[in-house]
Design a protein around this ligand. Structure first.
Ligand SMILES: Cc1cc2nc3c(=O)[nH]c(=O)nc-3n(C[C@H](O)[C@H](O)[C@H](O)COP(=O)(O)OP(=O)(O)OC[C@H]3O[C@@H](n4cnc5c(N)ncnc54)[C@H](O)[C@@H]3O)c2cc1C
Length: 344
């Protein structure tokens, strides 16, 4: 029998950050991950945007979570020796005069946004209503996740298998899974939680996002470009172009319908030809109130959950994982806004 303090299920951004903080606290951890190629973290663009949604509201707790995340990703970059975090501008193109006015009303005086002295990208973009610059960042999940996986392997702390929740033995003090005994199991399994027998009360509102990887000959920039659709420069010269939001879907595979939707948005943004190289899709693990979820099962305290990162995994995960670590190892009180008891 292998004995650990915590068994973490899932190595998306949630399981990565939580396991890292627990290891730093000197805890013994095993992470189980089945390497699903289209998990949310493996498909996401990794954007951190201080301005939220179509109404340009300031993102929840941004003043606290952004500096925390920046510091955490820089530390991980140093530990793993891969590029993880890049501060970038989001060139935000206004789709209409009304949207420009709404943006200005919400963001004037805000340190994260400014109006550019002159328009950029005029040869490539349709932007009759102008654009604003939003100071954000990206997390390079495609280098972070595999590099952290190798780090876990070097610590003999990774099991690349699918955890079958029906094979778990649960007692009030511990859990047993195959040859592993742990004081607690923490599910960081993204949308996988919706299929578990333990958290049926939680009101998940998972939504599927589809993305195109495109070549745009001649366009070279480090900026993110956004107008309905968002273009994020990738290391291989391609652009990540996404993403759609669908709440009613049959499965998590790419569809012709969403490709059409994405291409329509691209046509509204670009005035130059582009070529689609690949189409990706994944399901975002969102709760009905769009807040993260952390805490313990009311009947089985050995079973925990860290989930609900929704559309904002990259900005929320570091701070929320560090907070949950404090709850786990130092009995800190759990923030009521994220406590999953709100569902029970
Ligand atoms: C198209 C798209 C674009 C996005 N863009 C952004 C963005 O730009 N910025 C941003 O911050 N967020 C973005 N998001 C949201 C972000 O992806 C999520 O908030 C985040 O990835 C959730 O991370 P997670 O670790 O909770 O879940 P996941 O990433 O889903 O990770 C769960 C992990 O658990 C594993 N797993 C599940 N069940 C089991 C099991 N039984 N046994 C073993 N392993 C298991 C899976 O393989 C996976 O590795 C986007 C999401 C999508 C779909």
């Amino acid at each position: 029998m292998r004995k650990v303090d915590y068994l973490i299920v899932g190595q998306g951004i949630a399981g990565t950050m939580l396991s890292w903080y627990l290891l730093q606290a000197g805890k013994k951890v095993i992470v189980i991950d089945d390497a699903k190629s289209n998990s949310a973290s493996r498909v996401a663009a990794g954007i951190i945007n201080p301005v939220s949604g179509r109404r340009f509201e300031p993102a929840w707790m941004y003043e606290t979570i952004y500096p925390f995340a920046r510091n955490a990703y820089r530390q991980l970059s140093e530990l793993l020796q891969v590029p993880v975090f890049t501060e970038r501008d989001l060139w935000t193109v206004f789709p209409s005069a009304q949207m420009r006015d709404a943006f200005l009303a919400k963001t004037t005086g805000n340190e994260y946004t400014e109006l550019p002295a002159a328009l950029k990208y005029e040869a490539f973009l349709d932007q009759p209503f102008g654009a604003a610059v939003v100071h954000g960042a990206t997390v390079n999940l495609r280098s972070l996740l595999p590099a952290y996986r190798r780090y876990l392997q070097s610590l003999e702390a990774l099991e690349e298998i699918h955890l079958d929740a029906n094979a778990l033995e649960v007692t009030p003090e511990k859990i047993i899974y195959k040859d592993i005994t742990a004081d607690k199991i923490i599910f960081c399994d993204g949308v996988g939680t919706t299929r578990l027998p333990y958290f049926k009360e939680i009101k998940f509102l998972p939504n599927k996002g589809e993305v195109l990887l495109v070549k745009i000959p001649g366009l070279e920039t480090a900026d993110i470009i956004k107008k309905g659709i968002t273009l994020v420069p990738q290391e291989n010269g391609l652009y990540w172009a996404g993403s759609s939001f669908v709440w009613d879907y049959e499965n998590d595979h790419p569809t012709a319908k969403q490709r059409e939707v994405l291409e329509k948005s691209l046509a509204q943004l670009l005035t130059v030809p582009y070529e689609v190289v690949e189409q990706l899709s994944a399901v975002r693990p969102s709760g009905n109130d769009r807040r993260p979820m952390a805490g313990f099962h009311p009947e089985f305290p050995a079973i925990g959950l860290f989930n609900g990162l929704g559309t904002k995994g990259c900005s929320l995960a570091p701070f929320m994982a560090a907070h949950f670590r404090d709850v786990l190892v130092a009995n800190a009180p759990l923030m009521p806004e994220i406590d999953l008891q709100r569902y029970f």
